[in-house]
Ligand binder design. Sequence first.
Ligand SMILES: Nc1ncnc2c1ncn2[C@@H]1O[C@H](COP(=O)(O)OP(=O)(O)OP(=O)(O)O)[C@@H](O)[C@H]1O
Ligand SMILES: [Mg+2]
Length: 555
Amino acid sequence: MKTNGYNYIKKLQIEIIAIVLFFSLIPLFALGSFLYFQFTQTYTQKVTNNLRTIVDNKKKALDMFFEERVSQLKTIAYTHSYKELSDEDYIRSLLSAVQSSSNSLIDLGIINSDGEQVAYTGHYNLKGVNYKNELWFHEVMFKEVYISDVFMGFRRFPHFIIAVMRKEEGSFWILRATIDSNIFNLLVQSVQIAEKGDAYLLNSENILQTPSRFGKQVMEPSDFPKTPLFTGTTVRENFSEQNRMIVGMSWLEKKNWLLVVSEDPTEAMTPLFRTRTMVILLIALGVMLIVTGAYIVSRSIIRELIRSERQKAALDANLVQSSKMAALGKLAAGVAHELNNPLALIKESAGWLKDLLEEEEPDKIANFKEIEKTVNKIDLHVERAKSVTHRMLGFGRRFEPVSEDTDLNKVAEQTLSFLENEALHRNIAIEKDYLENLPSVKSDSAQIQQVILNITDNAIDAVGKNGTVRMKTGYDPKKEEVFLEISDTGPGIPKEDLDKIFDPFYTTKTSGEGTGLGLSVSYSIIEKLGGRILVDSTRGKGSVFTVCLPVRSEK
Ligand SMILES: Nc1ncnc2c1ncn2[C@@H]1O[C@H](COP(=O)(O)OP(=O)(O)OP(=O)(O)O)[C@@H](O)[C@H]1O
Ligand SMILES: [Mg+2]
């Protein structure tokens, strides 16, 4: 009943690994992807909100800028008369006073109701220029405050103006100032955006009012889609095909210009990508750990299983041997018992014959010598037959083993004393290797002696002449067993015969020399004592018989 290659165990191992992997990897992946998506969402939201805040703040700053300039001009207009301001020297000193606190105004001009610039101070010689036909002139008349788009005007460079109107004595006049584009551009672009980010203003016609950091110059039409007026701040993603951008925009309140701030999402999302790589690495590590763990766990389970499987197989083999012995033992005992009576009768009759012969005179009987010899032969062979039946009875008998402190070293030594003469005679060396302080066992020393005798007898028989028989005792603390190893340098036992040597009546010796009962009797004795007999044999090198006995007897 040998199981060659525990195939089903391999399958079981794969099953265990599969189940462990299934139940641990699914939650791991679920958790990993949940965390990742949650993080992506939160992070995108954070980036969007961040941009929204930047746009909001910038819009407020720009509105504030306009409001401050307008109120500055209004203050000048309403605290001075037309006459005072028409004096060029006066407005020159006024401009330098204003510039000392903020240099965003680069010139000042006073324009009368006919559109003529009556006084001017600044870099350009614009005195006497007439603005009557300019669009802004009409608009400032209408609205009282006016902020222009960026234009070239008479100066031939992009600028924009702020103008306020004051009514005085039935007429009106206009105070007009030019805003330094550079300072204004810097104000727009000083937002905290990464390398590829951009910030600019567009008017309602989609014309750039401040330069874009990449490509387009001021006053050029922008590629940015035309956006209708709305309130508040919007953040959108992906406008053009080539470069993905997140864009925040907001219309200014003081002037209908659209503030556009864009950011490269890959730049903004770098920490996100780093996190993603980290998550993937961690999951990979987790998978590796789980796979290794599953393998180790399954391997130790499988090992345990194989071990118990082997034990079971050994037990099964023992059981088969025991039942075989039990059945044959009974038979043998029965036969021996039946044979004993006739043998006793034959022996008695032979004895009677001998007695009768002694009373006769040998000369008177023709074949006296022959008859005497035959009677002796009968006696001898009956004696031999009786020794066989005696052993058979011993084998079948259910002896009750005694339990006494037994020193295996001592028993082995005693047994050897019976055999030493024989060994010497055959030039067989007997080596002894006894373990000192061998734990004693509670067992039946007479029975053990019988077993050692049988096995050593066989060893000497196997060696024949000129060889070695070795006795070794030892202790196995793991199994809590003492053992006696009897090895010989005989011819060994063929593998196919190893199963048979414990069978009753199995012998390779000629009839008269061996009964084939030695080992089977030994087997049943050791079994009853709770121990085991193991054989190991190599053809041509010899055999090793090991008798193991438990230190603590179960019963
Ligand atoms: N040490 C050994 N080396 C080689 N063969 C062995 C050895 N011990 C036993 N055998 C084989 O096992 C057989 C059975 O041994 P067992 O002791 O049961 O019977 P036996 O020795 O033949 O007869 P008996 O012991 O009754 O005189 C032997 O005949 C022999 O073939
Ligand atoms: Mg024998």
